[in-house]
Ligand binder design. Structure first.
Ligand SMILES: Cc1cc2nc3c(=O)[nH]c(=O)nc-3n(C[C@H](O)[C@H](O)[C@H](O)COP(=O)(O)OP(=O)(O)OC[C@H]3O[C@@H](n4cnc5c(N)ncnc54)[C@H](O)[C@@H]3O)c2cc1C
Length: 397
């Protein structure tokens, strides 16, 4: 693309939030020019299968594609792959790319997502993996052909998903977590005992409250040393220790990027600039606090709202209620709203935890803040209407 070319909408970040922005703009009848840039080489793809169907070998990486080139042509979206934004001139409305190109825009939508946090250990050592991109998944699958034992570091949802997928294909797994609790997305640590039970029942060696203190091995990792002193022999390590928002290119722009791109309650970061998805911190109107949510459906929903605002001028009055799902050992776990924070409690309103199927309401100060579904998708859907309503109105489904 020529330096200085102007697009009516420039989308920086070519993944679920970026693609959903472009699609919704066209659905809403937006007639202007749209350019989307992405620093990866692949067409937009879905990340959730990386730790599920792709890790277990049920899918090839290509099956996670979210669109084809023909789809983008039909949408009239110009996509520049392998193109990283490196800076933003806010008053001049220009994004500069790594090759020195200048992309002018009328409206910018920032959808640059997050990157996997790198651990302090393992630099230069083979067999130490992250899992955020297709390239990461391909590298990890390459190690699985001969591997018998893995150490997964991280007690969050990704660590649990990777442990579950590896157990499914017969790899012995030690799951190490600094926290004493297993956290699961929007449910925080409320489900930790249940998830711990699932892991143990499926043979995962859980080492909670411990950290990876160091690695052994010459050119490849051969063992992990835990903070408690135990040494675990392993064929590879996967570090799933959180994400960092991709805002490095915005640090000198004048935007507030203290934790992601800080936005108002409609995703606006500055005049002519919006942000959506994992990188965006939309202000919660109830608390006035910007919140970043790292979940797929939230990324898509924010992108739809931003595109609607750009195309029609209608501004949403509240951010979307976050919605998250995961799958562990064949158990479908869904969370709508928030389950995290002090003073929350969980009340079962359908099924029961002992039977492996239930729906529960999370409440704080007498208000339902979230709904958790555990292998009960239909009842979960019905219960979502309770979020934001008094807990006194809850009854068994
Ligand atoms: C393995 C895995 C499993 C997951 N499973 C689930 C799940 O089960 N349920 C769920 O709700 N969520 C899940 N998620 C989270 C979900 O994938 C994210 O919420 C979603 O991908 C966010 O989309 P996004 O478009 O905001 O950002 P991203 O998907 O992070 O995409 C951002 C894109 O922008 C690119 N980029 C970054 N910087 C620049 C730059 N300077 N210039 C140009 N391009 C740039 C990035 O390379 C990337 O391609 C999972 C994530 C992973 C990694």
């Amino acid at each position: 693309m020529e330096s200085g070319t102007r697009s009516d909408v420039l989308i920086a970040g070519a993944s679920v939030a970026g693609l959903t922005t472009a699609r919704t703009l066209r659905d809403e009848g937006f007639p202007g020019t749209i350019t989307m840039i992405g620093d990866e080489d692949a067409l937009p793809y879905d990340r959730p299968p990386l730790s599920k169907q792709i890790l277990t070998g049920k899918w090839d990486v290509e099956e996670s594609a979210l669109c084809s080139e023909a789809d983008l042509d039909r949408l009239g979206v110009r996509l520049l792959l392998g193109t990283a934004a490196v800076s933003l001139d806010l008053p001049g409305r220009v994004v500069t790319t790594a090759s020195g190109g200048e992309l002018r825009y009328g409206t910018l939508v920032v959808t640059t997502g997050t990157s996997a946090r790198r651990p302090a250990y393992g630099a230069g050592l083979g067999g130490v993996h992250l899992l955020r991109t297709r390239a990461d998944a391909t590298a990890l699958r390459g190690d699985l052909a001969t591997a018998r034992h893995a150490v997964v570091a991280g007690a969050g949802v990704l660590g649990s998903e990777i442990a579950a997928a590896l157990r499914e294909i017969g790899v012995a797994v030690t799951l190490v977590g600094r926290s004493r609790h297993l956290r699961l997305g929007l449910a925080g640590d409320l489900l930790s005992p249940l998830i711990g039970r699932l892991h143990r029942a499926n043979g995962v060696d859980l080492r909670l409250g411990e950290e990876v203190a160091g690695l052994r091995g010459d050119d490849r990792v051969s063992a992990v040393v835990l903070s408690g002193g135990d040494v675990i022999e392993t064929d590879f390590v996967v570090a799933a220790i959180g994400c960092v928002p991709n805002t490095g290119w915005l640090t000198s722009s004048g935007l507030d990027v203290s934790d992601g791109v800080v936005c108002d309650l409609a995703g606006r970061a500055a005049p002519g600039v919006f942000a959506a998805g994992d990188v965006a911190a939309w202000t919660d109107p109830r608390t006035g606090v910007p919140v970043r949510v790292e979940h797929q459906l939230n990324a898509a929903e924010q992108a739809r709202l931003v595109a609607g605002t750009i195309a029609t001028g209608t501004t949403p009055t509240a951010p979307p209620v976050p919605f998250f799902w995961s799958e562990l050992f064949g158990t479908r776990i869904q969370v709508y709203g928030h389950g995290d924070g002090d003073g929350t409690s969980l009340d079962t309103i359908a099924g029961d935890a002992g039977s492996g199927r239930f729906v529960a309401a999370v409440q704080r100060d007498g208000i339902v803040t979230g709904i958790v579904g555990w292998n009960m998708p239909r009842d979960f859907r019905a219960a979502r209407a309770h979020v934001g309503r008094p807990a006194a109105e809850l009854s068994r489904l």
